[in-house]
Design a protein around this ligand. Structure first.
Ligand SMILES: NC(=O)c1ccc[n+]([C@@H]2O[C@H](COP(=O)([O-])OP(=O)(O)OC[C@H]3O[C@@H](n4cnc5c(N)ncnc54)[C@H](O)[C@@H]3O)[C@@H](O)[C@H]2O)c1
Length: 265
């Protein structure tokens, strides 16, 4: 097979690793044509080997480059005959630090990959999504979009922006019959997470370490059900309620946590 040949299709950014990679594998296994895009060429090659060349299209792409994104989308459209069932705007970088200490170049990089590129992707994909009945514009936000996370303030702000954008798109894109939804993952065991964060994760509860496969299963559900926000794990919804009900209490708890981390406890 040279193209999608009638299969449903998904365009995944950040497909070479972690959540994007697991989602690519899961959708491919369930018969979808997968577009895997990333700056990591080696990771993409490994993914292509696993899925097989007939299972999709695998190309390097820097998602912050609007022209390159449009070109990648054009190539994908050729393979699918002009349709796209799911855009998964997922690529992201960590980039941490206190805002007043973080180098400005890092701030711009995080905003560029985590937020500007999500808008670039959504704009590039809209005509294809609009041409495909039942399609979904899916984004990866974060649990750090529930309450601003100190120590990764810029990252956290970009994820709030992604959540807000997704909510707005879920209304704007209705005129084309396109849905929008976001994933709000907690602590997911991928290369994005620092060893220090991994070591701090409790064995259970909403801040436990979750396998990326669980997020991929949630992406699958997001396409097949009609819901705006997907918490992974689901208990994070309780945290969201708490933030709405008593933000000052959450602020105080988080202040104590940051002080503990700074003291290396
Ligand atoms: N791991 C977590 O705990 C966690 C929690 C919440 C949200 N997220 C979000 O999930 C998404 C996926 O992250 P992950 O945990 O799988 O991390 P990951 O590092 O395993 O994967 C991210 C991928 O994005 C790619 N990427 C980075 N910059 C890019 C660019 N400019 N163009 C194209 N690709 C680029 C990387 O090469 C990498 O393959 C990110 O948006 C991240 O912010 C992760």
């Amino acid at each position: 097979m040279s193209g999608a040949d009638g299969r449903k299709s998904i365009f995944i950014t950040g497909a070479a690793s972690g959540i994007g990679r697991e989602t690519a594998l899961l959708f491919a296994k369930r018969g979808w044509f997968v577009g895997g895009y990333d700056v990591n060429a080696d990771g993409l090659q490994a993914l292509e080997r696993e899925i097989g060349a007939d299972g999709g299209r695998f190309e390097t792409l820097d998602v912050t480059d609007p022209q390159a994104f449009a070109q990648a989308m054009g190539g994908f459209a050729e393979a699918t005959g002009g349709t796209l069932d799911c855009l998964f705007n997922n690529a992201g970088i960590a980039g941490g630090g206190l805002l007043d200490e973080q180098p400005w170049e890092d701030v711009l990089r995080v905003v560029g990959v985590n937020f500007l590129a999500v808008m670039i992707g959504a704009r590039a994909a809209t005509p294809l999504l609009a041409a495909t009945p039942g399609s979904l514009c899916l984004t990866t936000s974060s649990s750090s979009a529930i309450f601003g996370t100190a120590g990764i303030s810029v990252y956290s702000a970009t994820k709030h922006a992604v959540r807000g954008l997704t909510e707005a798109l879920s209304i704007e894109l209705k005129r084309f019959g396109v849905r929008a939804a976001d994933l709000l993952p907690g602590l997911i065991d991928t290369p994005l997470m620092s060893d220090a964060m991994r070591a701090m994760a409790p064995p259970d509860g909403m801040w436990r370490l979750v396998a990326p496969r669980e997020v991929a299963e949630t992406a699958w559900r997001a396409y097949h059900e009609d819901k705006l926000h997907w918490y992974v794990p689901e208990e994070l919804r309780d945290f969201h309620r708490e933030v709405v009900d008593r933000p000052e209490a959450v602020r105080e708890e988080r202040t104590a946590l940051l002080a503990m981390m700074a003291a290396g406890e």
